[in-house]
Design a protein around this ligand. Sequence first.
Ligand code: TTP
Ligand code: MG
Length: 377
Amino acid sequence: MLADQLPLPYNEHKRNTSMQKRIVAHFDMDAFFAAIEERDNPRFRGMPIVVGADPQRGSGRGVVSTANYAARAFGIGSAMPITRAWKLAQLAQQRGEPATIFLPGSWRRYNESSDRIMAIVKKLTPMMQQRSVDEAYADISHVGSTEAATALARKIKEEIAATEKLTCSVGIGPNKLVAKIASDFDKPDGFTIVDESAVEQFLAPLPVRAIPGIGPKTEERLKEIGVATIKDLYRQSENDLIEKFGSWGEELYRKARGLDDRPVMEEYVRKSIGEQQTFPKDVSDAGVVIQTMSEVVRSVFSLLQDKGYTGARTVVITVRFHDFETISSMHTVKETMVDSLTVEREAIRLLLPFLDMRRNPKKKPLRLVGVRLEKLE
Ligand code: TTP
Ligand code: MG
């Protein structure tokens, strides 16, 4: 009865769980940005590639966006400081490995590729939800069996490979949680099917970090109570977990059992476009900061036009000080801003207080500025 009053996606979901077996697929592109670079630059094929900040021969700032699997073999990975990646690449080269190629990355190409991939998934499985630039869930319960789900997911994987010349890893499970863990299980180019009856067996030997949401902090705290694998986590009582982690403990208890009833649904995706720029050195000179902000705005605005938008109504600026304190400030205007100069003016107006006593009384140098445009038209 209550179900009748719930919004449609919940009704859908209720029906799926009560009348038929629920089957969810998760697709995750392999080394996405780096794979695109490898595809688009035949001379780089097979070589270790890192996409991210400029390493400046070891004195660069910023982080690795991603590395292909050849570079991961050297220990390089996402979010690592670029200086460390450079060092690891140097060490590998000294061991006789090939030189690693560092690339700045090109969001435009990555977005275009992402759009085409998502369109393929959507065409073949309308009940899909994009999770990030290179990941999507699809509820494919309607096919009725794990075998049929496997065939459909294979078809999607093959179509992505044929049209986009990129591989992805696929996970199939009774819900989003298990599907996601499964897609991660055998990367790259993997295809992992976990039937409802095999969930606990599949999860048991995996490290707790395999559960999305468990990062280094939770991992460390779980270690304190002797929990390293999902099997160890499974053995904890719900009360003990709640005592230690509060409501997060309750979730951990469910996750260890592979339980998850979040529906696959198209989220309201907030459309926004943004970029940021880390200074080569921390900057105190207001002129330099303003100049850089203008450049970032121009670049973001041209990206916006390339994506087919005419303008935006909201400007969000971000500043990061040398000590990593990061602050955003935003403004929404009544009339859509349809030229770069208007956006620039707004962005700089928002920026100025961070360059004087108003919001920067200690005169802290800046490390980074960024701009994001929202309410796109
Ligand atoms: P991921 O899917 O996390 O990573 P990946 O596709 O590079 O590698 P994997 O084979 O393990 O899936 O992220 C997708 C893209 O998002 C990635 O190619 C680059 C970008 N990204 C960042 O820019 N910074 C980050 O910290 C992470 C994790 C990803
Ligand atoms: Mg990926």
